[in-house]
Design a protein around this ligand. Structure first.
Ligand code: 5GP
Ligand code: MG
Length: 196
């Protein structure tokens, strides 16, 4: 898995040190308030686990499952909700957690859904924010790191469902991406040749 990486952008220790800071801010901002954290799966599962264990508040946790990439390295522009039952945020403050702010379509779609469910407030927190123009005018309230406009994997983020378990954030070898995109639809990751 590690030999597929061209470069590590953020080491685990760097990520965790930054989560200490964000968690402290969130703890201050939501003390005494009824908070529900809504994690956008699958990409934010590791971020959620590491961030939330640093927030000593009696919060609730819920998840929504959405997809916008559909196997490629560019947002398809379509945000699909995979979950039938939506979180109960009526009368509570909602904080959406996502792995990365890219086009902005995902955060906007989730924020709009929760706003329509009677949340007292809706804020957003992302681990990564890409420096680029967004498709929709949305920014995150809490941001871990600003990164360049390139496709990254690890720490929850995938390429064709692989690399989510990497402890760091990294850029894949272009050959690995090319091989993955060229592989016939439905091929398992093991069938995708790695660069030598
Ligand atoms: P947006 O809707 O803002 O375009 O994209 C948000 C979603 O697209 C993220 O939650 C993430 O799942 C996916 N995404 C955006 N950029 C990247 C990236 O560089 N790498 C990976 N693996 N996923 C990304
Ligand atoms: Mg995502």
């Amino acid at each position: 898995m590690f030999r597929d990486l061209a470069r590590t952008l953020l080491h685990e220790s760097t990520i965790l040190a930054r989560l200490d800071e964000i968690a402290a801010r969130i703890t201050d901002d939501y003390r005494g308030k009824d908070l529900t954290v809504i994690a956008v799966l699958n990409g934010s599962f590791m971020f959620m686990g590491d961030l939330l264990r640093r927030i000593p508040l009696p919060l609730r946790v819920d998840c929504v499952s959405v997809a916008s990439y559909h196997g490629g390295t560019e947002s398809s522009g379509r945000v699909t909700f995979d979950q039938i039952s939506l979180p109960d945020v009526a009368g509570r403050h909602a904080l959406i957690l996502d792995d990365i702010l890219d086009s902005g379509l995902t955060l906007e779609a989730v924020a709009a859904k929760l706003g329509g469910l009677g949340a007292l407030s809706v804020k957003t927190c992302v681990l990564l924010r890409k420096r680029k123009e967004r498709t929709v005018a949305i920014d995150a309230d809490y941001v871990g790191f600003d990164i360049g406009d390139e496709f990254v994997v690890g720490y929850g983020l995938d390429f064709q469902e692989k690399y989510r378990n990497l402890p760091c954030i990294a850029v894949l070898h272009p050959d690995v991406i090319r091989a993955g995109l060229d592989a016939p639809a439905g091929a398992s990751p093991e069938e995708v040749p790695s660069p030598s």
